[in-house]
Design a protein around this ligand. Structure first.
Ligand code: PMP
Length: 435
C-alpha cells in the first residue's frame, strides 16, 4: 500500500475493513465507535440493511445515465422529496457529487442569475473568517481560512470576509447575546456599503459552523438580521448546510431553527449518509425563473451529476430518517450528549466552551478558562486528541488553527442519528480518557 495519496502524507492510518451500526472495524479487528460520522457524514451509521437493499436494487436496474440524455425516476423522486421538505421559497434542486461541487454550483448560480437579470456588475462575494466551504477553487475562495487559502492565492474569486458570529470569542461583557447577534450581523451591512451595494452578489455562511470552529451556533436573531440586510440590498443569501444540514442539528435544515430561508442552500454529507458521494444545491423560484426565461439553462455541469446510484442512496437515507422518526432521536440524544459533556468537562480547567445543536456538539480547549487563551498551535493538540481517541477506539473530529492568533483547538462530535444512550456514555468515557 504505497501508491495512494491521502492528504496526510506522513501519517500511518489503520485500514478500515468493515462497519456495522455506529462502529467501524479495522484490519486488526479493533472496533471504533464512530462519533464523528467521519466528518458528520454517516448519519445512519454503517451497513444499514435498507440502504444496502435500495442500492442493490438500483445497481440491478441501472448504474449510470448521463443527464444530457436521460433523467431517472430515482433522481426525480429525490428532488421531489427534497423540495417537499425544503425551506420556504426553494423549489428546484441541482444534484452533484459532494459539498464543494454544491458550493461551486451555488456561486455560479448566483453569478449567472445577476447576468440574466442584467446586473452583471454584482460580483463581490462576502463570507466569514474562520469558515470552510470546500476545496475546489471557487469554494476555497469563499472560505475564510487563511492557512488553506494562502498557498493558492491569488484565488479566482475575490471574496471579502467579515467576523463569524462566535459569542464565546466575540460577545462583550456589557451586551446580551441578542445584542451581540445584531452587532455581528451589522458587520455585513458595513461591508456591503463599503463595497458598493449594487456590486455585491452574495453572502455565504454556515448556519452552525462545523469543521473550522466546532459546532458554533449563531446568536439568536443573527440570521434574521442577516436575511433583512440581504433583502435590503438585493444580495443573495447562500446558506452552506453541507455539514450542519439534513437533520444533524435536530431539524432537517439548520436554518429552520433561525426562522429564515436562503436563496440558495447547499447540502451534502448527511444527504447520502456516506453510502454514495452526493450533494445538492437548492435554489429559489426567482433564480430558477431567471434561468428559464434567460438563456434557458444553467451553464454548468458535471459528468456524475444526478448519478442514479447516488440518488438511490440519498433517497433511501432520507426516507429512512422520516420513516424511523430519527430526528426525534437526534434531539433526545443531542440533549443527553450535551448534558454528559457538561458533567464530564464543565469543570475541566482547559475546557472553555461546550456548545452545539442536536447531534452536532463541540468543545473548545483553552490554556486558561478565564483569559480564554488558546493552546500554542505548535503543540498540535487537536492532532494528539484525535490519535488518543483513535487508540481508545473512538472517532471524533478535533481541529485546530489560529485566526488573528486567537482561535484554538476544538473537538467536534457528530455521531450517527441511530446512536443509543449507552453509546453516548461510551463516547463521553472514551473522550474523557483521550482528553
Ligand atoms: N462546506 C462545508 C460547510 C463543509 O463542512 C464541507 C466539508 N467539510 C464542504 C463544504 C466541502 O464538502 P466536500 O468535502 O464534500 O467537497
Amino acid at each position: 500500500m504505497t501508491h495512494l495519496l491521502h492528504r496526510s502524507i506522513n501519517t500511518q492510518l489503520p485500514v478500515a475493513v468493515g462497519g456495522k451500526g455506529a462502529y467501524v472495524m479495522d484490519q486488526s479487528g479493533k472496533a471504533y465507535l464512530d462519533a464523528s460520522g467521519g466528518a458528520a457524514v454517516s448519519c445512519l451509521g454503517h451497513g444499514h440493511p435498507d440502504v444496502l437493499s435500495a442500492l442493490h436494487a438500483q445497481l440491478d436496474k441501472l448504474a449510470y445515465a448521463h443527464t444530457g440524455f436521460f433523467t431517472t425516476d430515482v433522481a426525480e423522486e429525490l428532488a421531489d422529496r427534497l423540495i417537499a421538505d425544503a425551506p420556504a421559497g426553494l423549489d428546484h434542486v441541482y444534484l452533484v457529487s459532494g459539498g464543494s461541487e454544491a458550493v461551486e454550483a451555488a456561486l455560479k448560480m448566483a453569478r449567472q442569475y445577476f447576468v440574466e437579470v442584467g446586473k452583471p456588475q454584482r460580483r463581490h462575494v462576502i463570507a466569514r473568517r474562520q469558515s470552510y466551504h470546500g476545496n475546489t477553487l471557487g469554494a476555497l475562495a469563499a472560505g475564510g481560512n487563511e492557512w488553506r487559502r494562502s498557498q493558492f492565492s491569488p484565488l479566482l474569486i475575490e471574496t471579502h470576509h467579515i467576523a463569524p458570529c462566535f459569542a464565546y470569542r466575540e460577545q462583550r461583557e456589557d451586551e446580551t447575546l441578542e445584542d451581540y447577534g445584531q452587532r455581528a450581523a451589522e458587520e455585513l451591512e458595513t461591508k456591503i456599503l463599503e463595497l458598493g451595494p449594487d456590486d455585491v452578489m452574495a453572502f455565504v455562511a454556515e448556519p452552525v459552523v462545523g469543521a473550522t470552529a466546532g459546532a458554533v451556533p449563531p446568536a439568536p436573531g443573527y440570521f434574521k438580521k442577516i436575511r433583512e440586510i440581504c433583502d435590503r440590498y438585493g444580495v443573495l443569501l447562500i446558506l452552506d448546510e453541507v455539514m450542519c444540514g439534513m437533520g444533524r442539528t435536530g431539524t432537517l435544515h439548520a436554518c429552520e431553527q433561525d426562522g429564515i430561508s436562503p436563496d440558495l442552500l447547499t447540502i451534502a454529507k448527511g444527504l447520502g449518509g456516506g453510502y454514495q458521494p452526493i450533494g445538492a444545491t437548492l435554489m429559489s423560484t426567482g433564480i430558477f425563473e431567471a434561468f428559464k426565461t434567460g438563456s434557458g439553462f444553467f451553464q454548468h455541469g458535471h459528468t456524475y451529476m444526478g448519478h442514479p446510484m447516488a440518488a438511490a442512496a440519498g433517497l433511501a437515507v432520507q426516507n429512512i430518517i422520516r420513516r424511523d422518526d430519527l430526528l426525534q432521536n437526534v434531539f433526545a440524544m443531542g440533549e443527553l450528549l450535551a448534558e454528559r459533556l457538561t458533567e464530564r468537562f464543565g469543570q475541566n480547567p482547559h475546557v472553555g466552551d461546550i456548545r452545539g445543536r442536536g447531534l452536532f456538539r463541540g468543545i473548545e480547549l483553552v490554556q486558561n478558562r478565564e483569559t480564554k487563551t488558546p493552546f500554542d498551535p505548535a503543540l498540535k493538540l487537536h492532532a494528539r486528541i484525535k490519535r488518543e481517541a483513535m487508540s481508545q477506539g473512538l472517532m471524533v473530529y478535533p481541529m485546530g488553527g489560529t485566526i488573528d492568533g486567537r482561535v484554538g483547538d476544538h473537538v467536534l462530535i457528530a455521531p450517527p442519528f441511530i446512536i443509543s444512550p449507552e453509546e453516548v456514555e461510551i463516547i463521553c468515557d472514551r473522550l474523557g480518557a483521550a482528553v
